[in-house]
Design a protein around this ligand. Structure first.
Ligand SMILES: [Zn+2]
Length: 582
């Protein structure tokens, strides 16, 4: 006897708790946030905190399932670890103190300290230390899909920057560097499959390794104008890096002199490069922008061309500092002798002040710089002749911008916006060494395991799909993650014949593994169609008395316009829906 079990859940709109909204939420700045709320996928509980409503929950579950299947296919093992993490684990790596105010910290009634996990390197490393003893158990990758917490200063963009979010985090443990490399690329390719299956066009971009030095890491970004992150792309060779990391081939400095000779110029109240440039009638790149930073407590002057911005990440890396930030007014005045806006690399008040400069200023002559004296600039400055910036003080220190030359192939780059939906990261032994997470090799010698960590923002991916796939009428879900793949519009719910056709088609599609919502509301067709477009079911089937009399039901893809509507006889309706789903 054959036994079939279908994961069906016959669902009628009137029983679904779906509630669409006509008005955009007041705090929504981007389309996906507006649509998330208006389509009834989620509802705000407080700033940065959301309840996922039945429709949103279905999408979240589908994305989780794709992530889970691809992790399992890549050989990773699923576990779940506590959200509440003891401070001792974080103290082992020193991150209890360095994570800063983004981490939620609390105490239990016994005054023991805990964090609401923003990530779980410590927990997983400690776990692997306990579970792994021999090289025979390696490599191993462990993952979980768990809620994470971040005390965002300014939660915004709906699920994009929230205080609580669902994340898949995986951690790989290997015996050697070669194995760690394999684990990294194994996850990288799993991520390509995950985003592809979610219907997302995601690109992998090089990112900065942070405290991990030059460690290999890629971020996966969904390109969207509303994205918070800038990404430099080369269409010539495919180079892609986020703006923290992106490098450029340095142009020759050249001479910007207007032949006037080294001299002091009175520039009253002209503080910004734009103001001085306008005052002197010269282009911004004839100026050297000089900023005083403090790196791990020590002031340092940073010089870049007048039309460029300092890249703090590159600066931090170049200086080998743990933290860098702009100096306060008092420090600026003390070390240079002038207020911000009039500082420069020629003879600052503190002669011991270190001065570093962007590589594009190497050999620069004929530049205008602040005179370290309020209301004055110096013109026709030769950096080699007039400053103490030495060969070792030059480095690539600016934020790349459109038109900069690709470091790989020499073609001009473009800048696009992206939403980061995942990251793969080679950790090395930072965590395993701190926990002394070791294995024994075949000679019974102990070695520290080599780690990688890999995150997918599951709830963020949900909203990224909306951001990448919507139009003026609403969301256009890819079938793989749609709350329901098909909506059947029963235009005459009180008509027994129409209802029989609608419900019959629902049962047939559900039996074929296609999830369906039947809109059985006594509403005007216009209202029903508008809601269907807003929520964005991939395929809409219209069943009405008039249509049935005229030969069948209407099948239309959400992504297509009206002209592509197919009229299918009732007997062929399921086949037409399957064809429309592709
Ligand atoms: Zn290139």
């Amino acid at each position: 006897m054959a036994f079939f079990w279908y994961n069906t859940q016959i669902m009628k709109w009137t029983k679904s708790l779906i509630q669409t909204l006509r008005e955009n939420p007041g705090d929504a700045e981007i389309d996906s946030h507006k649509l998330l709320i208006r389509a009834g996928l989620a509802r705000k509980v407080a700033g940065g905190l959301y309840s996922y409503l039945p429709l949103g929950m279905r999408v979240l579950r589908k994305i989780q399932q794709i992530v889970r299947e691809e992790m399992d296919r890549a050989g990773a093992l699923e576990i779940v670890s506590p959200i509440l993490q003891p401070a001792e684990l974080w103290r082992t790596t020193g991150r209890w103190d360095t994570m800063g105010p983004n981490m939620f910290k609390l105490r239990d009634r016994g005054e023991h300290e805990f964090a609401l996990g923003p990530t779980a390197e410590e927990v997983f490393t400690d776990l692997a230390k306990g579970l792994v003893s021999s090289y025979r158990q390696l490599p191993v990758t462990i993952y979980q899909i768990q809620w994470k917490f971040r005390d965002e200063t300014r939660p915004r963009f709906g699920l994009m920057r929230s205080k609580e979010f669902l994340m898949k985090d995986a951690y790989s443990f290997d015996a050697d560097a070669e194995g760690a490399d394999k684990s990294y690329w194994n996850m990288y390719h799993a991520y390509e499959r995950i985003y592809g299956r979610c219907g997302l066009k995601a690109v992998a971009v090089q990112a900065d390794g942070g405290d991990m030095g030059d460690s290999l890491t890629h971020e996966f970004h969904v390109l969207a104008d509303a994205g918070e992150d800038g990404i430099a792309f080369c269409e010539g060779c495919g180079y892609a890096a986020n703006l923290e990391k992106a490098e450029r081939r340095c142009p020759a400095a050249g001479d910007k002199a207007e032949g006037s000779g080294f001299a002091e110029v009175h520039t009253p109240n002209a503080k910004t490069i734009e103001e001085v440039a306008a005052f002197m009638g010269l282009p911004a790149d004839a100026f050297v922008k000089s900023l005083v930073y403090v790196a791990d407590g020590t002031p340092v002057m940073v010089c870049v061309p007048g039309d460029r911005d300092v890249n703090d990440v590159k600066l931090k890396r170049f200086l080998g500092a743990k933290a860098v930030g702009l100096a306060d007014f008092g420090t600026v005045l003390r070390v240079t002798g002038a207020n911000a806006g009039f500082v420069g690399p020629v003879g600052p008040a503190d002669a011991s002040l270190r001065i570093v400069a962007d590589a594009s200023l190497r050999g620069a002559t004929g530049r205008i710089v602040g005179a370290n004296k309020d209301d004055f600039h110096l013109r026709d400055v030769d950096l080699a002749r007039d400053t103490k910036i030495g060969e070792a003080d030059f480095s690539d220190l600016v934020v790349v911008k459109a038109g900069d030359v690709c470091p790989k192939c020499g073609k001009p780059m473009v800048i696009k916006r992206g939403i980061e939906v995942g990251q793969v990261f080679k950790l090395g032994t930072k965590y395993s060494a701190a926990f002394n997470a070791v294995y024994k090799n075949d000679k019974l010698e102990e070695h520290v395991m080599i780690m990688g960590c890999y995150g997918v923002g599951v709830s963020r991916t949900l909203q990224a799909v909306i951001e990448q796939s919507h139009d003026a009428n609403g969301i256009i879900w890819p079938a793989s993650v749609a709350p329901y793949m098909v909506v059947i519009e029963n235009l005459d719910p009180s008509n027994a014949e129409v209802t029989k056709v609608a419900d019959g088609l629902e049962a047939e599609l559900e039996a074929a593994g296609i999830d369906v919502l039947v809109d059985d509301r006594e509403e005007r067709p216009g209202v029903k169609f508008k809601d269907a477009d807003l929520i964005g079911f991939p395929v809409r089937v219209v069943v009405g008395a008039k249509g049935l009399a005229n030969g069948g039901v209407e099948v239309k893809r959400r992504a297509d316009d009206k002209s592509k509507t197919v009229i299918a006889p009732v007997a062929d309706a399921a086949a037409a829906v399957r064809a429309a789903l592709g």
